[in-house]
Design a protein around this ligand. Structure first.
Ligand code: DGJ
Length: 712
């Protein structure tokens, strides 16, 4: 498409989306209805303040008329809910009294946004709340802007969250994802009893994302039933409060975590929070998966690569750790090419002084002991093989044993008279500083400019500690985490705009920093350092509940955390449910191992479009039984890929006397269309496959099958 045609097309799309009237003001100008395809969110002005009435099914015509809570709960008056905003005015007054002023409907990237202005009855504080409707995704996005409209004196913000919703009186259960290094995204389900349940991150490490699902108690069906869900678009410290009152109502509030944080708004100053996304579906967890994975894939992922098929990767980390050198990397690359890899990535160890994890971070020039000719001559040889080249970096960190730290010991977060807490022998650079930002920008701009790098793996391996910035004015010192994140996003965005062809992978000791804000800047996530296929099946099942498969890099490696000696083809089948990568020392592979890899990679290339861009279905969860079954269905329903993994000889509830494998009922096919199924004779209607199901005879632990189902 020519640029001018593309521009016209984009304008038309924008107008089309915007022209959908998703936000309707009431006749009184003091009430609003925000609609998505199937949901409705209602607000009105009552007692001078903006109140929330209802969030749920749009087709229910009889809707509640009593306020469930205030749209922006603040500290002040009766403390009946969790405040989104807590401030101290210059004279020491700490209570806020908000009063409705006006509203406007604005356009945010092609979507309608309701903008409501409230201000304090006496003090110069303006609070603007924004709600965008994303109709085709059944999502709303909320954020808040706070302004000091006075002429003198700063307003201290002690707490400022992004958004809140209230659910009617009922018994609710919360599901969220928690984890530690190696065991990311472990689902946790808990009953919400009266009181406050808080999920939060205080050290920049999350291992499970800020995504949550709330369901009425007892509604557990995978693809039916009500679910309110959400996620915060923020990668620093975040917080979500589930505040259940004794009478049964539930308030869900989330945003940036103001623990050990404050902002001082000078006269004329303002601050805008990151957004929180809320959704509602009546299609159970599957409904949540379909909404979030489509939204991330179609709207959030960086536009440059959004529609592109993800390449098959090789990554050197498990093969070599820090012991990288030109000769061995070239030998790996040759085999990688031979088995079908498309992108060759050198992980840690390539830069000056990096012989182990005790030195080198911060000195971002190539180690000429390991690469005597520099990087580019080796990259050219790798390119000549027909492979693209990628590299690992960890911009936010420094080892005390580095030239950078020796020259600038004050560039790390620290407090005077206090220990600098090292983790993995490293400290965090204070990215709130402009000189640190400029140093990192120059270093990586140069690296990308001088070398034909097409893939960056961006790592971050230490928790936030010692958040001191002694050189900053005292009233700005507790805002360092906010400024750090602003500069982190700025750094990624600047490099991406200057090097638009480069793919970016987000890693933080595995999946320690995966969220929607990262996914709007990075093409992929490294989900876990745990590449044992058994654990991966669990991690992948949870990850794929929220995030699309085209963001999930998954390598086949020699890692065997449970000493099960798992067959190579099973490992491939597990990794093929995402973006396939290989991490073995493949120079040591036997011919038969190479043959398995070749066959699997060729097969992956046949199915990857449907895996990466299809609609995901988690048919059988490994958390329920010792089998896992995933299905991906092409958008036009012409093809479906089913992954079946056995974790034990007999799936649960199947005894040796009853060895029938359970029937697998597929989903998402066209009922009246006939499909061929790999390895099965004859044709089957979608109706049959979805209702009667297929018997997949798979016996034994660590056996797997991948079925391709094709429309005839
Ligand atoms: C932690 C990452 O999660 C690993 O994949 C690897 O890149 C190492 N860091 C390198 O130090």
């Amino acid at each position: 498409m020519k640029p001018i045609t593309l521009l016209l097309f984009l304008c038309l799309m924008t107008i089309t989306v915007f022209s959908q009237n998703t936000i309707r003001p009431g006749g009184d100008g003091k009430s609003w209805t925000i609609e998505t395809r199937s949901t409705v969110y209602q607000l009105r002005v009552g007692n001078d303040e903006v109140q929330m009435l209802n969030y749920g099914n749009k087709s229910l015509t009889e809707r509640p008329n009593r306020a469930l809570g205030t749209e922006v709960p603040v500290r002040g008056g009766f403390v009946s809910s969790t405040p989104m905003l807590e401030v101290i005015f210059p004279d020491g007054v700490r209570d806020i009294e908000l009063m409705y002023q006006s509203y406007e409907i604005i356009n945010t990237e092609g979507y309608q946004t309701l903008k409501i202005i409230q201000s304090d009855k006496y003090y110069p504080l303006e609070v603007i709340s924004y709600i965008t409707s994303l109709p085709e995704y059944d999502l709303i996005e909320k954020w808040v802007e706070v302004r000091n409209t006075g002429r003198k004196g700063a307003i201290k913000i002690e707490n400022l969250l992004s958004g809140s919703i209230f659910l009617p009186k009922d018994a609710y259960e919360l599901t969220h994802y928690a984890g530690v290094w190696g065991y990311e995204f472990t689902p946790q389900t808990t009953k919400l009893t009266p009181g406050l349940k808080t999920l939060q991150v205080k050290d920049f490490k999350s291992y499970g994302s800020s995504s949550f699902l709330v369901r009425p108690e007892g509604e557990t069906d995978g693809h039916n039933g009500r679910v309110w869900f959400g996620s915060i678009k923020y990668s620093g410290n975040w917080r979500i409060d589930f505040d259940k009152s004794f009478n049964g109502a539930l308030q869900i509030t989330g945003g940036m975590n103001f623990w050990d944080q404050e902002l001082n708004l000078k006269p004329g100053g303002s601050y805008t929070t990151p957004p929180i996304v809320f959704g509602y579906t009546e299609k159970g967890t599957e409904g949540v998966t379909h909404i979030l994975t489509s939204y991330i894939r179609e709207k959030l992922l960086p536009a440059q690569h959004r529609e592109q098929l993800r390449p098959v990767l090789y990554n050197s980390w498990y093969a070599t750790t820090f012991n990288v050198n030109e000769e061995h990397q070239l030998a790996l690359a040759k085999v990688a090419k031979d088995i079908g890899v498309e992108m060759f990535v050198i992980d840690d160890g390539w830069f000056r002084g990096r012989v182990n994890d005790k030195a080198g971070l911060g000195d971002w020039t190539v180690d000429t002991n390991k690469f005597p000719n520099g990087l580019q001559p080796m990259i050219e040889k790798i390119n000549a093989l027909g492979l693209d080249f990628g590299i690992w970096i960890e911009p936010e960190m420094v080892n005390p044993n580095s030239d950078l730290y020796r020259a600038h010991p004050d560039w790390v977060f620290h407090f005077p008279n206090r220990q600098r807490h090292e983790g993995r022998n490293q400290l965090i650079l204070n990215l709130a500083r402009e000189d640190v930002y400029q140093y990192l920008y120059q270093s990586f701009h140069k690296l990308l400019k001088e070398n034909n790098i097409k893939f960056i793996k961006w790592d971050m391996n230490k928790q936030m500690t010692d958040p001191g910035f002694p050189a900053a004015p005292v009233d700005e010192q507790r805002a360092v985490r906010i400024r750090y994140m602003e500069n982190l996003y700025r750094l990624v965005e600047t490099l991406r705009s200057e090097f638009p062809d480069v793919w970016f992978e987000n890693c933080s000791s595995g999946g320690g920093r995966i969220d929607m804000a990262m996914n709007s800047r990075f093409d992929f996530n490294w989900t876990s350092d745990n590449t044992d296929p058994i654990d991966r099946i669990f991690i992948q099942d949870s990850y794929l509940t929220i995030f699309p498969a085209n963001t999930m890099i998954s390598w086949v490696t020699h890692e065997d955390w449970h000493r099960q000696n798992i067959p190579l083809d099973f490992k491939f089948d597990v990794s093929m449910a995402g973006v396939l990568g290989v991490g073995y020392d493949i120079t040591k592979w036997t011919e038969s191992e190479k043959d398995i890899a070749k066959e699997k990679i060729a097969r992956y290339k046949e199915i990857r479009k449907t895996v990466q861009y299809g609609t995901p279905y988690r048919l059988v969860s490994p958390f329920d039984t010792n089998r896992s079954i995933l299905q991906f269905v092409a958008k036009d329903h012409s093809e479906s890929i089913v992954f079946v993994y056995n974790l034990a000889e007999y799936p649960n509830n199947v005894t040796p006397g009853n060895q029938q494998s359970p029937l697998v009922r597929l989903r998402g096919l066209l009922p009246d269309t006939r499909y061929a199924v790999d390895g099965f004779e004859g044709l089957y209607s979608g109706n049959y496959l979805m209702n009667t199901g297929l018997e997949i005879p798979l016996r034994g632990a660590f056996k797997s099958r991948i079925l391709k189902i094709t429309k005839q």
